[in-house]
Write a new protein. Structure first.
Length: 187
C-alpha cells in the first residue's frame, strides 16, 4: 500500500476562542518533540538541515505555497524566521491572509527557498512562548523595515505558525521482496 507524506491527522474542534475546526497538527506533544538544543529543528525524526536553517535565518523573503479547496496553487511572499532552531511564519494580513487561511485548512504546504521547493507542515503556534520567539526573531531580523509594526500588531500575533519538515513519503513495498539493508548494493 502506498502512502503519501502528510501532516498528522489530529483534528481540532471549535472552541470558545474560535479556532478553526479543520486544524491539524503534529502529534500531541508538538513542543516537547522539538530538539531545542540542536542546530536543526527536529520533529518525529525529520529535520531541517543546518543549511536550510541557515538559509531561512538569513534570506529576507521566500514564497509559501498553499492551495485552495479547489486545488488552485497560490504562492505568497513571506518573511521566514528562525529562533532557537525553530522555523516560524506569521501572516502580515492577520487571520484574513489567504495563505494563512489555506495553511490552516490544509497544513501540507511548501516553502520556496531560492527557487527550491521544500515540503513542510504548518502548525498553529498561538502559545505565548512561540508568539514571543517569533516576535523576537522579527524584531532582530527586520528591525529597519517599515512593515515590522504590522507584523507585531496584536491582531497578527495569533497567526504565528511553526513550520516543520514534512515527513518523507513511505517507500512502496514490493510483495515478496525484502527491503535492501543500509549499505547493500542492488543487484
Amino acid at each position: 500500500m502506498e502512502s503519501t507524506a502528510k501532516c498528522a491527522d489530529l483534528t481540532g474542534t471549535v472552541s470558545d476562542d474560535k479556532k478553526p475546526a479543520s486544524l491539524r497538527r503534529h502529534h500531541a506533544a508538538n513542543v516537547a518533540q522539538l530538539d531545542m538544543g540542536a542546530t536543526s529543528a527536529k520533529v518525529d525524526g525529520v529535520t531541517f538541515g543546518d543549511s536550510d536553517l541557515d538559509r531561512l535565518a538569513t534570506i529576507r523573503e521566500i514564497e509559501v505555497e498553499t492551495h485552495s479547496n479547489a486545488g488552485e496553487v497560490h504562492r505568497t511572499i513571506v518573511w521566514p524566521l528562525v529562533r532557537d532552531g525553530v522555523v516560524y511564519l506569521r501572516s502580515f494580513h492577520g487571520p484574513a491572509g489567504r495563505w494563512y487561511r489555506e495553511a490552516l485548512a490544509d497544513p501540507d504546504i511548501a516553502l520556496v527557498i531560492a527557487g527550491r521547493r521544500v515540503p513542510v507542515c504548518a502548525v498553529p503556534a498561538p502559545d505565548d512562548a512561540s508568539v514571543e520567539a517569533c516576535s523576537a526573531a522579527l524584531r532582530e531580523k527586520y528591525r529597519r523595515s517599515y512593515s515590522l509594526a504590522a507584523m507585531l500588531a496584536p491582531a497578527t500575533l495569533p497567526t504565528t505558525l511553526r513550520i516543520e519538515p514534512a515527513p518523507a513519503p513511505a517507500r512502496k513495498q514490493v510483495p515478496g521482496r525484502e527491503p535492501a539493508s543500509v549499505g547493500s548494493k542492488a543487484r
